[in-house]
Write a protein that binds this ligand. Structure first.
Ligand SMILES: CC(C)(COP(=O)(O)OP(=O)(O)OC[C@H]1O[C@@H](n2cnc3c(N)ncnc32)[C@H](O)[C@@H]1OP(=O)(O)O)[C@@H](O)C(=O)NCCC(=O)NCCS
Length: 137
């Protein structure tokens, strides 16, 4: 790799302040109304929340509870769907992750909040026993 390549890709190595998963909604992800199926949305939210929790604790982590998920607007076929997740609370071994799901219209760039949720994860050691997590500042 050249020095120019190293400099070009250096920003990608900076840890992001929040976790984002971005996809385009394809036909196999739709319900019979032609909008994103709720289970697909929930899966994306749980995956983003898992990454955020794992980045926080840097150990194994599992979802122990989905506190609440609200679908506030439909995501349409062909739109970009983006899920943002960040740890907003810590207990002794648990982490609460706030998740926002946003749609983005491809051509206009208009963004709408389509879903939100709070997921709780527990950090585990190799034996599957809950272990303390770093406390949020
Ligand atoms: C994760 C697991 C090992 C925890 O075991 P446990 O005996 O329940 O552990 P504890 O009672 O010590 O609870 C651990 C933490 O979770 C929290 N917790 C437990 N149940 C909770 C719930 N329903 N909602 C929110 N937090 C909860 C506890 O308050 C505790 O947090 P703290 O240490 O920050 O105070 C066990 O519950 C498990 O294996 N669950 C299945 C996880 C899984 O398979 N997830 C994938 C989804 S299918």
């Amino acid at each position: 790799m050249t020095a120019a390549d190293t400099a070009l890709h250096a920003p990608a190595l900076v840890p992001p302040p929040e976790t984002r998963i971005t996809e385009v909604v394809f036909p196999q992800q739709l319900n019979h109304h032609g909008t994103l199926f709720g289970g697909e949305a929930l899966s994306m939210m749980d995956r983003a929340a898992f990454v955020a929790a794992t980045r926080h604790c840097r150990s194994e982590a599992v979802t122990i509870a989905v506190d609440q998920v609200d679908y506030v607007a439909p995501v349409r076929h062909g739109e970009i769907v983006e899920v943002l997740a960040r740890v907003v609370g810590t207990g002794r071994t648990s982490m609460t992750v706030q998740v926002s799901m946003v749609s983005e219209e491809l051509l206009s760039g208009e963004r709408r909040l389509c879903g939100k949720g709070r997921f709780v994860f527990v950090a585990l050691d190799d034996a599957g026993t809950p272990i303390p997590v770093p406390q949020l500042a």
